[in-house]
Design a protein around this ligand. Sequence first.
Ligand SMILES: [Cu+2]
Length: 135
Amino acid sequence: MFKIPFLNRLQFLACGAALAASTQIGAANTPAPVNTPIKLCAGTGHAALRPAPFGLTQVWQTNGSVPGAEIRIRQGEKLRIEAHNNLPEDTTIHWHGIRTPNAMDGVPDLTQNAIRAGETFLYEFDVPDAGPDGL
Ligand SMILES: [Cu+2]
């Protein structure tokens, strides 16, 4: 189940399409269409990380949830991620443990320019390896 905890109006408007895309990619073993970018929207919010009586924790989240949505594609397919940065500062996505072209590896100011606050970057690369589940 895709959870949307506390989006403010701006985040909701900016990520509306992303949430629809995420629900679609959450379907088990259903690959995203190859040429359709998956939208990931990084933003601020609040989440219940600890049980009552503790309150909500301010978080940085993806598509309105912590952790972010699971992404599933088939080994060898091209992954296209449209990354929207709605955080108050620059960011990137690092694909830890996945072989990527260097320019897509998400190390700010080393392998790519940081995605500035309010901007979008398209990650696009073939995924040569299976994930930890090894389908
Ligand atoms: Cu890493």
